[in-house]
Write a protein that binds this ligand. Structure first.
Ligand code: ATP
Length: 334
């Protein structure tokens, strides 16, 4: 069985981008008997970007309820909270000690902030960069390697981190013997990256999201807020770089997309397109929204599911960590 792994950072309310890019394909994979999926709430990752405890706590509840409402098969999948598996943090340290600083210097997330600082002529290029941000690819490597995950479905922006996880794993294997499988990134070329209300990538950190399970009325309102150009009805419109169109594509069949493309050429009014998009998304998520609302009233049930997931996860991570401790020479004297 191949082990696949996906995590969602607990920094806010899950949105349409998380759904289309990660959760929807992962739920599908959770039903594949040939796969052994590991899905987790990345709450230690959340601390890198968010220092609001209540937000992190509430986000964990919302994200867990989302996975369950969407029908995650918790028998086949191991569904857990990162912080319930302390072996991940212990492994992070072991990996930190074999990771060259130079490798982390090249990480996009870190380099991006340095570049921004330099662009604003900031005297300190490292302004606002914590060690958490700098070394987060190592935490991500530990997430993957602790379960020897073979396949990690990721967006194109995350390919570098998987390569880093491979580098780190090879280095460890080279020094201490073969312990880790080298993970592979699985990139779905058809997977779309949804844009947010402001046209940038939809992201919890940008405050530009359409939360997945907002009430119907609110969903309609948010879709109406998506930025468009000012072309009048009747004027032909270009579907390229159009958030309404690309979002529709992520929910509709090929035939439906072809039809809409035609309607763009004929000059569909933006108001009409927004209505069509709302109806498409709403009909797909309404059944799950009802389950989500019910689950949010049952936090004890959700906690129970996470506890069960943690037991399953630790049955693997705890003995593996003992093996790794021994490999590096950390063990009882007698
Ligand atoms: P944050 O701002 O905290 O990083 P995020 O909303 O950008 O949060 P993550 O929790 O880091 O998302 O990512 C979880 C998963 O959702 C990842 O697999 C990521 O590729 C996917 N994802 C996030 N945003 C989008 C998007 N706009 N379109 C498609 N997939 C996305």
């Amino acid at each position: 069985k191949s082990t696949i792994l996906t995590g969602i950072t607990t920094t806010g309310t899950p949105h349409l981008g998380n759904y289309v890019g990660a959760i929807r394909p992962a739920i599908k994979a959770s039903k594949d008997a040939n796969a052994s999926p590991f899905y987790f709430l990345a709450d230690y990752h959340a601390l890198i970007k968010c220092s609001e405890p209540e937000k992190v706590r509430h986000s964990s509840l919302e994200i867990a309820a989302t996975w369950l409402a969407l029908g995650l098969d918790t028998k086949n999948a191991t569904f857990y909270r990162q912080s319930d598996v302390p072996e991940i943090m212990e492994l992070t340290w072991m990996l930190s000690c074999v990771t060259a600083k130079g490798l982390m210097n090249r990480a996009h997330a870190y380099k991006g902030v340095v570049a921004e600082n330099e662009a604003t002529e900031n005297t300190d290029p490292d302004k606002g960069i914590t060690m958490g941000l700098f070394s987060y690819p190592i935490l991500m490597a530990a997430d993957i390697l602790i379960f020897n995950a073979h396949k990690v479905p990721v967006g194109k922006d995350q390919i570098q981190h998987i390569e880093m996880a491979r580098d780190i794993a090879s280095r460890f294997n080279h020094i201490y013997g073969e312990h880790f499988v080298l993970p592979e990134a699985i990139i779905d070329d058809n997977a779309s990256i949804l844009s947010g209300l402001d046209g940038r990538k939809m992201s919890k950190s940008y405050n530009n999201t359409i939360p997945l399970f907002v009430p119907e009325k609110k969903l309609k309102k948010l879709i109406n807020k998506i930025k468009t150009n000012s072309l009048e009805p009747g004027v032909a419109k270009d579907p390229t770089d159009c958030t309404l169109f690309s979002t529709y594509q992520a929910f509709a069949s090929e035939q439906e997309v072809t039809d809409i493309r035609q309607q763009y050429a004929e000059g569909i009014a933006w108001g009409e397109m927004k209505k069509i998009l709302f109806e498409k998304i709403n009909s797909e998520i309404t059944p799950a929204r009802e389950r989500y609302e019910a689950l949010m009233q049952e936090p004890a049930h959700i906690e129970q599911q996470l506890q069960e997931g943690a037991v399953k996860a630790r049955a693997i991570s705890a003995p593996f960590l003992l093996e790794l401790r021994k490999a590096v020479g950390i063990q009882k004297i007698v």
